[in-house]
Design a protein around this ligand. Structure first.
Ligand SMILES: *[C@@H]1O[C@H](CO)[C@@H](O)[C@H](O)[C@H]1NC(C)=O
Ligand SMILES: *[C@@H]1O[C@H](CO)[C@@H](O)[C@H](O)[C@H]1NC(C)=O
Ligand SMILES: *[C@@H]1O[C@H](CO)[C@@H](O)[C@H](O)[C@H]1NC(C)=O
Ligand SMILES: *[C@@H]1O[C@H](CO)[C@@H](O)[C@H](O)[C@H]1NC(C)=O
Length: 510
């Protein structure tokens, strides 16, 4: 039916076929080549989403706790991180699940206000340190590699009250104290570190257009200032690791970047240019500085030009000093990608200079064809082939000699479907098949995959209305009982056999 419509419309109007141009890419074929033996299989999580214990044992309020307590209407009724999955009291339960699932790695984050309630080094909360030390020791005792995120959006509210990521004279030294403490206390045991999770969301959602805490809005400015401070904090932390810890701890440090994949909507060179620009404004905003030492040229030029048209005396995109560029360049030991969906990108003519916004600075129209498979979330359609193109693009633009780790991927529904093999199970299978193709057909050095998530959790302002877990969590019982869904069984099979189907071929010799 769809094909016939499109054949007809090709004759008259190619544009309306834009969804169908891609239909041949939606294949249910699954690779039967084993993943590499050393492929790092894991699960990912974040402190606010699972821990609970929001004020336990000396922890102070994070920006998310503050929102839950002061803007309860921003969350579905009562669905916040105060108790969440109660992971703070369930370390043994969760380690047993991770062990049963057979994963080699667990990516989790440390809650800054749990270890440093004032945000600064003057007050170390030893009980908070002890919680993470216990988690890390038990992971290691079970041969599960800890992959630790230092900041997954939940900095102390007291830091935010003094300007948060917009205050460079606060956030940079405070983060460096915090990072140094974590390396001092945990660096002998933890070999995989990321400084910040999804800075595009921290800064865009947190300080520019709103959508994540602290949910401040200063379009076209706040996001760039936050990112500038965050990137400088990252680079200086990386330098501290090199100078003080690397020789004896020998770990890896990076930051976690996220983006949807933006595919040109047509062969028109303008759409191809638009897609590249959108990918650079999203992934490149952070990857370019840590790989090459500065923002992508297209960002620097466009934001400077639009600022000039807005009669501003300087660009809304701050610039790095030569010393900062040198610190940033190469400040990563592996590349990262939180992937989920794909959108099509079309050229959009510049708007006349009006109110600043990242959207107008980028000036690309993006959309998803109606006939692409939906999930519960409006922006999130199931596009497995985007995963392959995305990691190929990362390799082509930023290199893969240090490896690319998929730090998150997962499927959205309401969290309650226990027979989710055909939805969530199939989602991971098809995305992983495309990643397998990227490895063996395109030669991309993808080193591991962290499924989001082991269990249902608090999906920020969505509470538990949206969920991605392989285990259901009964948020209405005191035990927060975890129950496996069908997807847990499938993922367990994959990580314990390195194989997506019943029977696999050995990988070609590398
Ligand atoms: C920024 O941080 C500094 C150092 O902590 C503090 O003295 C100053 O008041 C903060 N600025 C704002 C605007 O809160
Ligand atoms: C910039 O200044 C020029 C000259 O004064 C004026 O015509 C124009 O409207 C201004 N543009 C904006 C966006 O304020
Ligand atoms: C649960 O997932 C299955 C696929 O595994 C799907 O067929 C079914 O419609 C889903 N149930 C609900 C209630 O969404
Ligand atoms: C893997 O797939 C290929 C191509 O479809 C097929 O020839 C081969 O027999 C399969 N191998 C196994 C072990 O099933």
């Amino acid at each position: 039916m769809l094909v016939a419509t499109c054949v007809l419309s090709i004759i008259f109007l190619l544009e309306s076929c834009s969804g169908d141009r891609f239909s041949h890419l939606f294949s249910e074929d699954v690779s039967n080549i084993s993943f590499p033996d050393d492929f790092l299989w894991g699960y990912a999580s974040a402190a606010y989403q699972v821990e609970g214990g929001w004020d336990a044992d000396g922890k102070s309020e994070s920006v998310w706790d503050y929102d839950a307590h002061n803007h309860p209407d921003w969350f579905p009724e009562g669905q916040n991180g105060d108790v969440a999955c109660d992971a703070y009291h369930k370390t043994d339960v969760d380690i047993a699940l991770l062990k049963y699932q057979g994963v080699k790695a667990y990516r989790f984050s440390i809650a800054w206000p749990r270890v440093l309630p004032t945000g600064r080094i003057d007050d170390i909360n030893e009980k908070g340190i002890q919680y993470y030390q216990d988690l890390i020791s038990k992971l290691k005792a079970n041969n599960i590699e800890p992959i630790v995120t230092m900041h997954h959006w939940d900095h102390p509210r007291v830091i935010e009250e003094q300007g948060g990521f917009l205050n460079e004279s606060l956030i940079i030294p405070a983060f460096l104290e915090y990072a140094t403490l974590l390396w001092e206390r945990f660096g002998d045991d933890v070999k995989w570190w990321t400084t910040f999770n999804e800075p595009k969301q921290t800064c865009g959602g947190g300080y520019d257009y709103g959508s994540v805490s602290p949910n401040r809005q200063d379009p076209g400015r706040g996001g760039y200032i936050c990112a500038h401070n965050l990137l400088r904090a990252h680079a200086k932390a990386y330098k501290i690791y090199n100078e003080q810890f690397r020789a004896k701890q020998n770990g890896k440090v990076s930051l976690v970047m996220d983006t949807s994949w933006y595919e040109p909507a047509s062969d028109d060179p303008k759409d191809i240019e638009a897609a590249q620009r959108k990918n650079l404004f999203n992934y490149g905003w952070f990857a370019h500085p840590v790989v090459y030492g500065d923002y992508p040229e297209v960002m620097r030029e466009r934001i400077a030009e639009r600022s000039r048209l807005q009669n501003l005396s300087e660009s809304r995109l701050p610039s790095f000093t030569e010393e900062e560029k040198a610190e940033l360049k190469g400040s990563y030991d592996f590349l990262t990608i939180n992937m989920y969906s794909t959108e099509l990108a079309k050229w959009r003519d510049d708007e006349p200079a009006g109110e600043p916004s990242i959207y107008d600075d980028t000036s690309v129209t993006t959309y998803q064809p109606d006939d692409w498979e939906k999930t519960i979330t409006s922006w999130f359609k199931v596009v497995p082939w985007g995963a392959r193109r995305e990691v190929v693009w990362i390799r082509d633009n930023y290199g893969d000699d240090k490896g690319i780790l998929v730090t998150e991927n997962g499927y959205h529904d309401d969290g309650n479907n226990m027979t989710d093999l055909g939805t969530r199970g199939r989602y991971h299978k098809l995305y992983l098949s495309n990643i397998n193709d990227a490895i063996y057909k395109d030669g991309v050095n993808v080193i591991g995959y962290m499924a989001w998530s082991l269990m249902n959790d608090v999906e920020w302002y969505s509470g538990w209305q949206i969920n991605l877990g392989h285990y259901h969590v009964d948020f209405y019982s005191d035990e927060r009982t975890r129950t496996p869904k069908e997807s847990a069984g499938y993922y367990r099979k994959v990580v314990t056999t390195n194989c997506l189907v019943d029977d696999c071929e050995a990988p070609p010799k590398r």
